[in-house]
Design a binder for this molecule. Structure first.
Ligand code: ADP
Length: 169
């Protein structure tokens, strides 16, 4: 029987950006199956709820048959074990990402030595995009059309319109 290569791409995706979509497109051509995993912990404050984040990811990737979206609270390695996936993909932007990813990868390796972290370099045109930066632009009513998938633009604007209405700004 042919073994299938299943990869997990975990992250906060709060919200999904064009940088994430680029990584997903690229890895979907390498692995048989990709699970985009919204990892969340109850103590981490997020702008979008887990279900909103999952819906935005699904809306951004309508045509990718081998890509699934799921969510998980807790250790990503435990999710990978249950899903019988041995590859975790992380995107690498600037050098600053490296240290965090190296320690994360090593910790995951101590939890389960069979699971490998694969680092994928951000494409030059997306390497400066982060969910945090995109939210900062939206908060200040700047243009986000070139930073996030089309389906994310209006939910992102609405999120911050509501917030500024509530705070009276
Ligand atoms: P986390 O909070 O776990 O870092 P993110 O949602 O910010 O989750 O990112 C998920 C993954 O995608 C991380 O590996 C991150 O480095 C990567 N990533 C984020 N933005 C980009 C981008 N513009 N290009 C490539 N990879 C990216």
């Amino acid at each position: 029987m042919k073994s299938t290569h299943k990869a997990i791409y975990p992250g906060s995706f709060d919200p999904i950006t064009n940088g994430h979509v680029d990584i997903i497109r690229r890895i979907s051509k390498i692995f048989d199956e990709v699970i985009v995993l919204v990892s969340h912990s109850s103590d981490k404050s997020a702008t979008f709820s887990v279900s909103e984040r999952m819906a935005l990811i699904k809306g951004a990737l309508p045509e990718m048959a081998n890509v699934k979206v799921d969510s998980h609270e807790g250790l990503t390695v435990e999710y990978a074990q249950k899903a019988q996936a041995r590859i975790l993909v992380r995107g690498l932007r600037a050098v600053v990402d490296f240290e965090y990813e190296a320690s994360m990868g090593n910790i995951n390796k101590t939890i389960d030595p069979h699971i490998e972290t694969v680092l994928v370099f951000a494409s030059p045109e997306f390497y400066f995009i982060s969910s945090r930066m995109v939210k900062d632009v939206a908060k200040n009513r700047g243009p986000v059309e070139d930073l996030v998938p089309a389906n994310v633009v209006s939910p992102l604007r609405k999120k911050f319109e509501k917030k500024s209405e509530r705070s009276g700004k």
